[in-house]
Design a protein around this ligand. Structure first.
Ligand code: MV4
Length: 441
């Protein structure tokens, strides 16, 4: 096992990793910019290194500075958290070249999944159901029309280098397709420096269901069920839950096995998330994330598994500490992201948090690290024996939360919890934005 690891991140996720390392008897090294010298992750870690000035491009995104910090401190491995360099294949490769372990998948797997067409082709080859579409880049409008004719309208045009909702255009008919195709290409060129696009059947009212997978890099892999992350605003997740209210045990076992078998086959190592759109009882692959996700705690709660601990174990060459047949769902968990923003506009609420009181008690976890210039105050995660208990616990915990000095999204969650559709688990990817438009106009 590693004696010391470096955490190439800040905020709540840095604390999350430092805590897991400490429980494993591993020393932690925090890195920080000059602006973060007093941040909580710096205080909580065993050691810290200043890696650059405030702009993240010169600190948290500086591969050279992070590798130097490993060499100075003797850290044997790097946990990237989420965001920053967590899905940067050349960073994973650079670490390997310096004899430092990247706590995450191989550079090759990160690269494959970072290119959305290659990801989809790979997923399809591995037996994962995908959205019907172009099976590759669409070079010109004539080809686009041909694809649309075979799959039928509406269609969606996506940028190969996109992801997370950036650079997508929907077309209802051939006329719209002409405009959408040209716009999508030029926007992709501008945003990503790559104008390649692909086409899919547009699903009209799906849920966003993501399957948590975990591999040991030696051909063994498991799944840890799904999370329903359909409640989003402008592609930002707001509320996530596990298990998904629409997913039956049979469906979970089926799609879970498909995903676990797929990642086992490629010797995937560590945590991964296979993202699907789910409509009318069917799953359609859209993307795979090769990192630990913000919403991983809901999965941890229902399976009683520490995913960061497992990431560190497999990175050190140890086996996972559970087999598929030992993984059983216990109850229900919900996460809400508490942001420093004004409701209804979702505009940033600047200022200093003057008082902060995190809720606690049975089945309540708040992962936070107050951080200036960062909109997420923290994640509130609750666990109950069933969904109604988790909802009641969430309401109770939100009532205990005190944030003074800035406005937060807490009032939004009180309103959401009063909604019959939310209580029933009856929502899809468009529910939140439609509801917001109805509530606030
Ligand atoms: C789609 C889709 C409908 N049909 N693909 C948005 C984020 C990116 N990961 C994929 N996205 C979508 N892809 C097809 N073929 C609708 C969306 C989408 C969406 C997906 C998940 C969660 C929220 C969303 C909001 C708008 C659109």
């Amino acid at each position: 096992m590693f004696e010391k690891i470096l955490i190439a991140n800040r905020g709540e996720i840095a604390l999350r990793v430092i805590r897991a390392a400490r429980e494993m008897g591993i020393k932690s090294v925090a890195v920080h910019s000059t602006a973060d010298a007093d941040a909580m992750h710096v205080r909580m870690a065993d050691e810290s290194v200043c890696i650059g000035p405030a702009p993240s491009s010169e600190s948290y995104l500086s591969k050279a500075a992070i590798i130097s910090a490993c060499e100075i401190t003797g850290a044997q491995a790097v946990h990237p958290g989420y965001g920053f360099l967590s899905e940067n294949a050349s960073f994973a490769q650079a670490l390997e070249d310096h004899g430092i372990t990247f706590i995450g998948p191989s550079a090759e797997h990160i690269r494959i999944m970072g290119d959305k067409i290659t990801a989809k082709v790979t997923a399809k080859d591995l037996g994962i159901p995908v959205v019907p579409g172009s099976d590759g880049g669409v070079p010109d409008f004539e080809t686009a029309i041909g694809v649309a004719a075979s799959i039928g309208f509406p269609v969606i045009i996506k940028a190969t280098a996109g992801g997370g909702g950036r650079g997508m255009k929907v077309a209802q008919n051939a006329e719209e397709l002409e405009i959408a195709f040209r716009t999508a290409r030029s926007e992709a060129k501008n945003a990503f420096g790559n104008d390649e696009v692909y086409i899919e059947k547009y699903l009209q009212k799906p849920r966003h269901i993501e399957i948590q997978v975990f591999g040991d890099g030696k051909g063994n892999a498991v799944h840890l069920g799904e999370r329903d992350c359909s409640l989003q605003r402008r592609h930002q997740k707001v509320f996530e839950e596990a298990p998904g209210p629409a997913i039956t045990p049979k469906m979970r076992a089926e799609i879970g096995k498909v995903c676990a078998d797929a990642v086992a086959k490629i010797n995937y190592i560590g945590a991964g998330t296979v993202e699907f759109l789910y409509e009318d009882g069917k799953f359609y692959f859209i993307e795979m994330n090769t990192r630990l996700q913000v919403e991983h705690p809901v999965t941890e709660y229902i399976f009683g598994v520490d995913l960061v601990r497992e990431q560190i174990r497999v990175a050190a060459g140890l086996p996972m500490s559970f087999r598929q047949d030992e993984l059983e769902i216990n109850g229900h968990a919900i996460e809400v992201r508490i942001n420093a923003e004004k409701i209804p506009g979702f505009t940033p609420s600047p200022g200093r948090v003057r008082m902060f009181h995190a809720p606690g008690g049975f089945g309540v976890r708040m992962d936070s690290a107050l951080y200036s210039g960062y909109s997420m105050i923290g994640k509130l995660i609750v666990h109950g024996r069933d969904r109604p208990e988790a909802l009641a616990r969430l309401k109770r915990a939100l009532g205990e939360l005190i944030i003074d000095g800035v406005e937060s999204s807490v009032p939004l969650f009180h309103m959401l919890l009063a909604e019959p559709d939310i209580q029933a688990g009856d929502y899809n990817i468009h529910w939140l934005e439609k509801w917001l438009a109805r509530q606030f106009g």
